[in-house]
Design a protein around this ligand. Sequence first.
Ligand SMILES: NC(=O)c1ccc[n+]([C@@H]2O[C@H](COP(=O)([O-])OP(=O)(O)OC[C@H]3O[C@@H](n4cnc5c(N)ncnc54)[C@H](OP(=O)(O)O)[C@@H]3O)[C@@H](O)[C@H]2O)c1
Length: 388
Amino acid sequence: MAKRISILGSTGSIGCQTLDVIKDYPEEFQVLALTGRKNVSLLAQQVKTFQPELAVLTDPEAARQLSRLLHGQTTRVLAGEEGLLAAATYPGTDLLVTAVVGFAGLKPTLAAIDAGIDIALANKETLVTAGSIVMQRARERKVDIIPIDSEHSAIFQCLQGNEPGDLQRIMLTASGGPFRNYSKEELAGVSPEQALKHPNWSMGAKITVDSATMMNKGLEVLEAHWLFPLPLTSIEVLVHPQSVVHSLIEFKDGSILAQLGPPDMRFPILYSLTYPKRWSNNLPKLDLVGRELAFTAPDLERFPCLAYAYEAGEKGGTMPTVVNAANEMAVAAFLQKKIGFLDIPRVIRQVMDLHQVRKNPDLDAIFSADTWARQETQGIIRTISGIS
Ligand SMILES: NC(=O)c1ccc[n+]([C@@H]2O[C@H](COP(=O)([O-])OP(=O)(O)OC[C@H]3O[C@@H](n4cnc5c(N)ncnc54)[C@H](OP(=O)(O)O)[C@@H]3O)[C@@H](O)[C@H]2O)c1
């Protein structure tokens, strides 16, 4: 019987690559539900190709347009958060790929876990903001959380057949982004267009900017802390510009395992879909002959976002939620050219300094912290950009 897959964020970078993988195995996978925010034409095209039972656009006007376009077809169209939750919990789903970007991924992921649906997790912000609650609920519901992020997939793959309790250190690799060698002065002047040109990976806009500030690696450190049983002090970052070694783990006997592959998200996506099996595929394979692989420590002075993420993780409680919200808003403002590149860490720092951490927050406290942080960030961005 085919494995039944639903995808939240199918019109995004991870969503499209997931469908690209799925299309090569028409007998093995069936697509049940697809969602986007407002990309009508792409979702209509995906519906035509994959014939899901449900298609959702969270933007109501876009959903109306999709409904008109799909008139007479069997695929049901829904809108808004209600639609997103319906797709997340769609009856009969064996595996939900969560590839929405940002905090918007939290509610539907939790709803799917509550419905007992296994998760292939790309949306790292879910674990960054509510890792304790998400992992606890997944354990209670015996739901698998299979990481898609290439670094976490690498660690997850290296752990197969090993005792998680024997793990003593994680080394998350980071490309260092397009500005790895830039001075602080050069960083001050970079434009969104430059930040959106990642040297190795092709990704959505938010994560591409996060890679340039290295906040992406900070979010990944927090994500790893929830997925794997290690304190933050045992999760290190190694700058590895070639993006060939996707991460390494060290066991208590000092042995290190690493997972390697081309910088192509379709590999970890495929593994999340086939886990615990491995399937043959037609993806271009890695040739190591003549390749040099380098590893250096990150520069936290030029890339303070990484240090802020560690600090948020150490403070715990609502602080990671606040850092995530401030980062989402600051990145959006940078992309809209309202603030500069170095204002992103500046804004995050200011919001962190204003926040009174609430320990052991429940879900309501996490949502309140997110709302509070967005309001504060908005004010700070207005001041910086001179908008009153
Ligand atoms: N891209 C990568 O290589 C990569 C690698 C590792 C992890 N990730 C993680 O995977 C997630 C997705 O990244 P991405 O690069 O695929 O992002 P993306 O290209 O920006 O796609 C985001 C998807 O979410 C939808 N969306 C955006 N805002 C939404 C909202 N408020 N409510 C509901 N849906 C919304 C978008 O719909 P529209 O298209 O209609 O706007 C799109 O389908 C992120 O958490 C990222 O950190 C990505």
